[in-house]
Design a protein around this ligand. Structure first.
Ligand code: NI
Length: 389
């Protein structure tokens, strides 16, 4: 099968939904308009169950196959939120809300999953249950986590979960994937040293938090060079350091902060642990107190082996063997589908968006030519994972 014929018939209709969503973007959890459109369409398709407000403004739909002997439940996820960017191009479907824009193609993701829902609700040519997940707040609000924390996986009995993102610069009709880490885990640290200030000419009366902070910054450089396996990768960058305001005063406090990027759960945990150990050890050596704040960002998006092979096989079925790259290099951006992959086995795949502006760019627009490819991929995920026989 290349692109599914019935889905090709829906191309214009899905394009219309996509453009309507594009015109009415919402940020983070404020995706009520898009969620309402999704619910309207799902009702029209006659899906078996629609649950709103999962993870605040997320929507979940259940579509039962014509048989349910297999007992299988497959989750498929699209994100619905836009970005705080002023849209530059004067498209006929340009954003109606100044300063909000679908610059990451989540309008396309949502429309394609809806297209698959329409097809699956009409044909029901599978043995099991398809769970369509429409999530808010992918762009930094951890909406994927909110849906998981709401008990989504248990409530709908999801056994495996799949996600997709468009990729500008990759031709339409191509896919790319890899087993294991595909996107980075992102974390932030803030280190505050509470020391003893003093007169600049009487340093022996204090313990100089500036000197302590600089020693910590130096020592933290050993985490990547001396603790991370040379064949793994990590980045630890101090991006700010603040202390003092006078030429003749040693301040009481110093603070610095920065970011950590990793592609592996164990490396990530080790790096964060080393930050604590090193800064606490140095503070203790100089008789100062240290407060270490770690702000967890999204975890590493790590594809499960068997589900990656399965997703790649489905993609090959849609676009042909030679158009699926199985060795995609990891990308250092974050993605909150990672939370779903921590709860259930699954895989995240990139799909070509053609020669468009890059993600998060003011001139970006989702490529509607990719719609039949993405919707066919989703339909085929359900039909292949749960064959009707
Ligand atoms: Ni995105």
């Amino acid at each position: 099968m290349p692109v599914n014929n019935r889905i090709a018939d829906f191309h214009d209709e899905i394009t219309e939904w996509r453009r309507t969503i594009h015109q009415h973007p919402g940020l983070l959890y404020d995706v009520e308009e898009t969620a309402a459109l999704v619910v309207d369409k799902l009702k029209e398709f006659g899906v078996d169950e629609i649950v709103e407000n999962v993870g605040r403004t997320g929507v979940v739909a259940v579509i039962k196959g014509r048989k349910n002997d297999s007992g299988k439940v497959i989750g498929m996820r699209a994100d619905m939120d836009a970005l705080p960017i002023v849209e530059k191009r004067d498209l006929p479907h340009k954003s109606k809300y100044e300063g909000k824009m679908h610059a990451c193609g989540h309008d396309g993701h949502t429309a394609m999953l809806l297209g698959a829902a329409k097809y699956l609700a009409e044909t029901r040519n599978f043995d099991g249950t398809a769970v369509m997940i429409f999530q808010p707040a992918e762009e930094g609000g951890a909406g994927g986590k909110a849906m998981c924390d709401d008990g989504m996986m248990e409530r709908f009995g999801v056994q495996e979960v799949y996600g997709l993102h468009n990729m500008p610069g990759m031709p339409v009709g191509e896919f790319a994937i890899r087993p294991g880490p595909l996107m980075a885990g992102t974390d932030e640290f803030t280190i505050t040293i509470e020391g003893q200030g003093a007169h600049a000419a009487q340093p022996h009366n204090g313990n100089d938090p500036i000197m302590i902070a600089t020693q910590m910054v130096q020592a933290l450089q050993t985490v990547v060079s001396r603790n991370v396996d040379p064949l793994s990768s990590a980045v630890l960058t101090v991006t700010a350091i603040h202390a003092g305001k006078a030429y003749n005063v040693i301040p009481q406090e110093a603070q610095f902060y920065g970011t950590v990027r990793t592609l592996d759960r164990e490396v990530r945990a080790m790096v964060l642990e080393r930050i604590k150990t090193i800064t606490q050890g140095i503070a203790e050596a100089y008789g100062a107190k240290v407060d270490v704040k770690l702000k967890e960002g999204y975890p590493v998006t790590s594809n499960h082996e068997a589900q990656t092979s399965f997703a790649a096989a489905v993609a090959k079925d849609v676009v042909g063997e030679s158009r699926v790259n199985m060795d995609q290099l990891p990308v250092m951006g974050g993605e909150d589908f990672s939370y779903m992959l921590e709860e259930r086995p699954g895989a995240f795949i990139f799909m070509g968006n053609g020669d468009t502006a890059g993600l998060h760019h003011e001139e970006y627009d989702f490529n509607d030519e990719a719609i039949p490819v993405g919707s066919s991929y989703w339909a085929k995920i359900a039909e292949t994972a749960m064959p009707a026989g």
